[in-house]
Design a binder for this molecule. Structure first.
Ligand code: UD1
Ligand code: CA
Length: 465
């Protein structure tokens, strides 16, 4: 089918009032241009070219991972027609259909894109414009159609700033998304002039040029105008994010997930959740997080790029990033698991416990106030309150190994590298500097001494002063 996609993303986005490129601002957790590229990929295009300009280096760096993208730099940015012209050499010799997308219109669906390509192809059109009929057309280019006798065909597009007051009443708007036949396209775009209120080269002017030449210009009108909402301000950014989240929440609920308050569930598009999991109010589930079935995620939890098994309880205010939690585990409240923390089945992690690069083996428990970093902890181990793995000696991070069935008493410091053998006991308040053999008890505190009558003597001394 010879489809070539071009995404315009060079504009400054003045109304965002930002030092960062507009298209890198996140919509529901993901840079808005990534939403656009994901949708474009559904067309399986032969090529995808992104026009960058403002903050070009940052844009290219941010999209570095996306495979097969070509970039062209538009400098200076003289308007949307000028932006398309900069892709001419990248597309030289190509035939077929060019699909032009805007980096700031992230809600477009793959179905609508397919409809656009379908209509464009079947009509043998030179250009097909995606339009929408909206209640508030302010800020958009308006679609001016010919008389009823002429079949009300599209005649031209007029920008808000150039429109007469009658034209401003028109509620059919230009989405900024088009299909173009590559045949003769760049020659026609080159003939566009910048004689308008903004002194910019307007791509929508191509409609009138083609109509005068007698070439076919078609339109496709989206049934859901939300799809073509452009983001120009932070207010629109928030509104579009809310729409993406609503869609995601609706999909999850339809698939059997309970979301107690969809208005405060912040679930990114890439997250998966199993049936019968309950998400409480005020929860953030981000990135490539997967959550199994029958879990309960309580308020204030934030889970990023993590894998959570089935029947897991995440109590209030846990922060879980880049971690893995197996089936039937309870964590929190107020637990922090990060950087390859790996909590195995039936384990328990309680309040104010931090796990970093640590395996907590099946059925093991760390219920209160502990730091477990760079540790390999076996099965059915008990970690007492206030236990700290002293993993950092100022130069290196060292490993603590705690074997199956060991019992670490409260307020112990384990100075790594060190191993606590299987079934061994560490007495409360012990500083462990050497390995503890399996089955042994380690204690480091001296014998306790009680001084009888100390309090009374002390108070007599004080009263003499
Ligand atoms: C544009 C359309 C308008 C349409 C609206 C839909 C024009 C002149 N107007 O207006 O009819 O209703 O989109 O959202 O095209 N860009 C560049 N280089 C430039 C200028 C813009 O790459 O020199 C990019 C921007 O980064 C953005 C897109 O093109 O991604 C649209 O530009 P923007 O300035 O936002 O156009 P609008 O005023 O919204
Ligand atoms: Ca725009």
């Amino acid at each position: 089918m010879n489809i070539h996609v071009v995404v315009l993303a060079a504009g400054k986005g003045t109304r965002m009032k930002s030092a960062q490129s507009k298209v890198l601002h996140r919509v529901a957790g993901q840079p808005m241009i990534e939403h656009v590229l994901a949708t474009a990929a559904a067309l399986a295009p032969e090529s995808t070219t992104v026009v960058v300009g403002h903050q070009a280096d940052a844009c290219m760096a941010a999209l570095d991972g996306a495979s097969g993208l070509k970039f062209v730099v538009q400098e200076p940015q003289l308007g949307t027609a000028h932006a398309l012209l900069t892709t001419e050499s990248a597309l030289r010799g190509r035939i077929g259909t060019l699909i032009l997308l805007s980096g700031d219109v992230p809600l477009l669906s793959a179905k609508t894109l397919h409809d656009l390509v379908g209509r464009h192809t079947s009509a043998h059109a030179a250009a097909t414009v995606l339009t929408a009929v909206v209640d508030a057309p302010q800020g958009y280019g308006r679609i001016v159609r010919g008389s009823a006798e002429s079949g009300e065909q599209i005649a031209r597009i007029v920008e808000e700033k150039d429109a007469s007051s009658a034209e401003r009443q028109i509620r059919e708007i230009n989405s900024g998304i088009y299909a173009f036949s590559l045949d003769g396209l760049f020659d026609a775009v080159r003939s566009i002039a910048a004689e308008n209120a903004q002194n910019e080269y307007y791509l929508p002017d191509l409609v009138q040029i083609y109509r005068r030449q007698g070439r076919v210009v078609e339109t496709v009108t989206v049934s859901n105008p939300d799809e073509i909402r452009g983001i120009n301000s932070r207010i629109e950014l928030a509104a579009v994010s809310r729409i993406v989240r609503e869609q995601k929440n609706t999909e999850l609920m339809a698939a059997g997930v309970t979301i107690e308050d969809p208005a405060t569930a912040y679930i990114d598009r890439g997250v998966t959740i199993g049936a019968d999991t309950i998400v409480h109010p005020g929860v953030s589930l981000e990135g490539r997080t997967t959550i199994g079935a029958g879990c309960e995620i309580h308020s204030g939890a934030r889970i990023v790029n993590s894998r959570i098994g089935d029947r897991v309880q995440v109590f209030n205010h846990c922060v879980i990033t880049d971690a893995q939690i197996a089936d039937d585990v309870n964590v929190g409240p107020f637990a922090h698991m990060r950087n390859q923390a790996d909590v195995r089945a039936h384990a328990r992690v309680g309040n104010f416990v931090e796990l970093k690069k640590t395996i907590l083996g099946a059925g093991s428990k760390a219920m209160h106030l502990a730091y477990l970093g760079d540790a390999v902890i076996g099965e059915k181990v008990n970690i007492g309150a206030g236990t700290i793995t002293c993993n950092y000696d100022g130069v290196n991070k060292n490993t603590t190994v705690i074997e199956d069935g060991a019992f670490v008493g409260s307020d112990s410091q384990l100075i790594a590298p060190v191993t606590i053998g299987s079934g061994a006991y560490v007495g409360s308040g012990t500083t462990i500097r050497e390995n503890v053999p399996p089955g042994a008890l380690a204690i480091s505190a001296g014998k306790q001494r009680n001084i009888d009558g100390w309090v009374e003597k002390k108070s007599k001394v004080r009263s003499k002063k």
